[in-house]
Design a protein around this ligand. Structure first.
Ligand code: ISE
Length: 350
């Protein structure tokens, strides 16, 4: 690994981008934040005022082209990701891009093609749950085969509230997209078909907004996934899941209790393996608190990989596949019918 710290620029310093700014400045080894840009110049100026070594650059594409910036973290709204990603790829700068990768499958394909034409993978997608110690432990347990074949996954995803601008499309593309990635990650296969239904909508949501939603995914291998997404639950940030295998279950996100498994041992007797501690405690207010450790590990892994000249974590293919599923989910939400997910042929990573 090279010895100098990686010079990072951040695009978008709203809620998430600002959180990453503090992470890069205070908690990430081997990185130095050198520049930020935001559609709202006051937000970029506020970061620069807090951190005098950081330059505010008005045009995001100038930040990407800036010779001092070696790697880019994109935390701007999904609508501008395609343009910003294509610029990063053109300048051959490794990029950590918050989800969603782009707003539709076609633009995600354009990003993959540009990356491929450049000859080396450059884009990591910010599906931070893969770095969460509990989700990662569940994945390891499933891969170990101890629970047998994975049959079902049940997800719960609640936010206390979201801004008025958050309509049904954002609930799918910005929130449900995490369950899309978790399903692909834990099963290790693609999603073949999606059904999304809105039922009674909470009065806390805006007019016509389908909140909560329930989604059903049929995995390519036949497994099933249910997901509740409720972004105006009023309570707090509750993200958990339960995986049902042929020989036991595992629960992620029971707050302070860590990973819970219930297995059927080889003699056929039921056995419980609580991790110690108790289920209970407080519900975190938002994702920055619940997934603080996951974000730290994600950004550190990205910085370390960039300094080694490598790429780790979810790729542009993962971002593309998730975007394609989101588009199918929106189609299903409109029609109430199951929609098949058709992915382009996967070329081997460059
Ligand atoms: C937000 O953008 C996130 O990524 C959070 O993890 C998710 O819970 C929230 O619903 C999204 O708006």
């Amino acid at each position: 690994m090279r010895s100098e710290a990686l010079a990072v620029g951040v695009l978008g310093v709203g809620l998430m981008g600002d959180d990453h700014v503090e992470r890069l400045v205070r908690r990430t080894a081997g990185a130095r934040l050198v520049a930020v840009s935001d559609a709202d110049p006051a937000r970029a100026a506020a970061v620069a005022a807090r951190h005098p070594q950081v330059r505010g650059i008005a045009d995001p594409l100038d930040l990407v082209a800036d010779p001092e910036v070696e790697a880019v973290l994109i935390a701007s709204p999904g609508l501008v990701h395609e343009e910003q990603l294509l610029a990063c790829i053109a300048h051959r700068k490794p990029t950590l891009c918050e989800k969603p990768l782009t707003m539709d499958a076609e633009s995600a394909v354009r990003v993959m093609q540009a990356e491929r034409a450049g000859g080396r993978p450059l884009v990591q997608v910010g599906f931070m749950r893969r770095f969460d110690p509990e989700y990662a432990a569940a994945k390891q347990l499933l891969d170990s085969g101890r629970l047998g074949r994975t049959l079902l996954l049940h997800n719960t995803h609640r936010n206390q509230q979201v801004p008025d601008t958050f309509g049904s499309e954002m609930i799918v593309r910005d929130s449900l997209v995490h369950e899309v990635d978790v399903a692909r990650f834990l099963f290790g296969e693609e999603i073949a078909e999606v059904t999304v239904l809105g039922g009674l909508a909470t009065r806390a949501a805006g007019d016509g907004v389908r909140d909560p939603l329930v989604a059903l995914f049929r995995m390519a291998g036949g497994g099933l996934v249910t997901s509740e997404v409720f972004v105006n639950s009023q309570v707090g940030y509750e993200v958990r899941c339960e995986v049902v295998g042929e020989r036991g279950t595992v629960v992620v996100g029971r707050n302070s209790a860590g990973l819970w498994t219930t297995t059927f041992d080889s003699l056929g007797a039921a056995g419980e393996h609580p991790p110690g501690g108790r289920w209970g405690g407080s519900v975190p207010p938002d994702f920055r608190v619940r997934f603080a450790r996951a974000y730290d590990l994600e950004v550190q892994a990205w910085v370390d990989a960039c300094r080694r000249g490598e790429l780790v974590g979810p790729t542009s293919w993962d971002g593309y596949a998730a975007t394609a599923v989101s588009s199918a989910a929106l189609e299903s939400l409109r029609s109430g019918l199951p929609v098949s997910v058709r992915l382009v042929h996967r070329e081997s990573p460059s």
